[in-house]
Design a protein around this ligand. Structure first.
Ligand code: C2E
Ligand code: MG
Ligand code: MG
Length: 541
């Protein structure tokens, strides 16, 4: 080893290197630049002669220095064993950091080179591409949160380690209605705010990811997993605080389902159990926190079967409509009928209160509902009273093309819109007032009558009743049940009648079973009624 000669490349090597397109540098054992070719000088944005004599590490991004120093040290020590290293350099005129990959060879003893050869190429574009691919693969584009892939991977890692672990799913109830009523851009903003609220409501070390659609996943470990219930309450509370976007004040209802690790847990079982718990929270009305319980698994299997049966039943003619007359008082002549769905499966009649909630959850209510409207349109002319009202559920209203579909069905059946009416329940309206009101008024514009069902069971307020585009209200059977005996019930009915009268709404009293109830209705001035006294729901023929 002769270090007495001048270090650095000889003229031949330098002139070849200067013609190369990628950066080449030669440094000494202390990382001082002995030579840099013109491509290298261009990459750094300074003349080569100003760079020679400077310490190579000075030019490198602060965060990369220690690593590069270590790699250079190893190459010097290993005498000749080459290595590859990557680092960032601030690039010439633009001043942006660019990433280089270099092979480093100790050629101090090579007469022609006389130093450590650092041959580099700019891999910034490749790095940027890889980062984008990684982001696309592991980040949610809308909220920037880790996505399903990342959650699944982390969950897999955590399941393999010891310690408390809980997986929670958090989901805004009826978010589809927010999308339909306020539009996608506001809904996207809402989704981002929700994501941020959830993220900041849990300890920073917990993973919060965007699992699917609008549903978030939380991975809780350590104390947070032991306190899952408290942590999730905080989350639900935080998300349901009022939110102001695009001139709207929203109060979101959110549900959460939580599964905690037990001895037999796997990633899959935790994902399934948290999903089942969330589902239970939703079917119980939402705005709830539900911890997983073993019994949910069996009921999930039953539900799947039930859903498949319903699908089959619709295709195989197991569904039918029953018509119940709505009559005028005091005479009792039919002025219309309500269509009530019936399902005969095998030798059993399955009541609507049982299958409609499941049809709503699964979305099957939309095709079933279309079928119902179509049948109602078919039989309206011959129905008692010559017209039929059909019940609509939340899910049907959420599908944005409902008014158009109704128009198509009526046209295909050559049925006048005046022969068809629709009933929606009150609770639905309260939550998504503006949107529901708009859809109802479109249906009304077709020429169909529209009314509120089960009035008196929810928030029944004059304030919103006034603003609703409706023609009638139906008073729930729970209010009319005792009107002949209970003074208070009678007073409530009287108040509703007065209110409806002021708003020019028809009132139908439901659930009338006795002559005593009917007499009280007449005395209070109620002119329309429905109930077993006047006729039970019956097949159309
Ligand atoms: P609803 O719309 O309030 O319908 C009135 C319910 O009260 C019907 O029950 C009817 O049979 C029952 N009823 C009528 N008169 C009397 C009476 O005098 N006494 C008593 N105790 N009950 C009476 P049903 O047919 O079991 O329907 C239950 C609910 O299922 C309906 O309540 C409605 O919300 C829903 N539903 C029925 N058909 C459909 C449908 O086609 N689509 C949708 N979305 N929901 C439907
Ligand atoms: Mg009804
Ligand atoms: Mg009702």
């Amino acid at each position: 080893m002769s270090h007495d000669r001048a270090l650095g490349p000889n003229a031949d090597v330098a002139s070849v290197a200067d013609r190369m397109l990628s950066p080449v540098a030669i440094i000494d054992g202390n990382s001082t630049l002995l030579y840099i070719n013109s491509a290298g000088a261009r990459a750094i944005g300074r003349e080569a002669r100003r760079l020679v004599g400077r310490h190579m590490l000075e030019l490198i991004h602060r965060d990369d220095r220690a690593r590069v120093r270590e790699e250079l040290r190893r190459v010097v020590a290993d005498c000749g064993e080459g290595g590859t290293t990557t680092y960032r350099l601030r690039a010439g005129s633009s001043g942006a950091w660019r990433t280089f990959e270099s092979t480093v060879d100790n050629l101090i003893d090579d007469e022609r080179i006389g130093g450590i050869l650092v041959a580099s190429r700019d891999i910034s574009d490749q790095v940027a591409r890889e980062r984008m691919l990684h982001e696309a693969a592991y980040r949610d584009a809308l909220t920037g949160l880790p996505n399903r892939n990342e959650v699944n991977e982390r969950l897999g890692d955590l399941v393999r380690t010891e310690g408390p672990l809980a997986l929670a799913f958090v989901d805004v109830d009826r978010f589809a209605l927010v999308r339909h009523s306020l539009g996608h851009s506001i809904a996207d903003t809402v989704a981002r705010v929700v994501a941020e609220r959830v993220r900041t409501a849990v300890p920073a070390t917990m993973l919060v990811g965007q699992y699917s659609g609008d549903m978030l996943a939380l991975l809780l470990t350590g104390q947070a997993a032991n306190d899952a219930r408290e942590v999730l309450w905080r989350v639900l509370h935080r998300v349901s605080e009022p939110l102001f976007v695009g001139g709207h004040e929203l109060r979101l209802s959110v549900s959460a389902g939580v599964a905690s690790r037990c001895a037999a847990s796997t990633s899959d079982s935790l994902l399934r159990d948290a999903g089942l718990a969330l589902h239970r929270a939703k079917t119980q009305g939402g705005g709830r926190l539900q911890l997983f319980e073993g019994s949910m698994r069996e009921s999930a299997v039953e539900r799947l079967e039930f859903e498949a049966n319903m699908r089959h039943g619709l295709a195989n003619g197991e569904f039918s409509l029953a018509l119940q007359p709505i009559v005028s008082l005091p005479g009792g002549e039919p002025i219309g009928s309500e269509a009530l769905l019936r399902w005969r499966h095998g030798d059993r009649d399955i009541p609507p209160d049982r299958f409609i909630p499941i049809a709503e959850e699964t979305g099957l209510i939309v095709p079933i509902g279309d079928w119902t409207i179509d049948q109602a349109a078919r039989i309206a002319r011959d129905a008692p009273g010559g017209r039929v009202t059909v019940n609509l559920s939340a899910r049907q209203l959420a599908a944005p093309d409902l008014p158009a579909r109704i128009a198509r069905i009526l046209a295909a059946r050559h049925t006048s819109p005046s022969m068809i009416g629709f009933e929606v329940t009150e609770t639905l309206l309260i939550e998504h007032f503006a949107y529901t009101a708009q859809v109802l008024s479109q249906i009304r514009d077709l020429g169909c009558r529209v009314g509120l069902d089960d009035f008196g069971t929810g928030y029944s307020s004059l304030a919103y009743l006034r603003r609703l585009p409706i023609d009638f209200v139906k008073i729930d059977g729970s209010i009319t049940a005792d009107i002949d005996a209970d003074l208070q019930a009678r007073a409530i009915l009287g108040a509703i009648l007065a209110m409806a009268d002021a708003l020019h709404l028809d009132v139908v009293a439901e659930g009338i079973e006795t002559q005593g109830q009917a007499d009280t209705l007449v005395a209070l001035g109620c002119r329309q009624a429905q109930g077993f006294l006047f006729g039970r729901p019956q097949p159309p023929d």
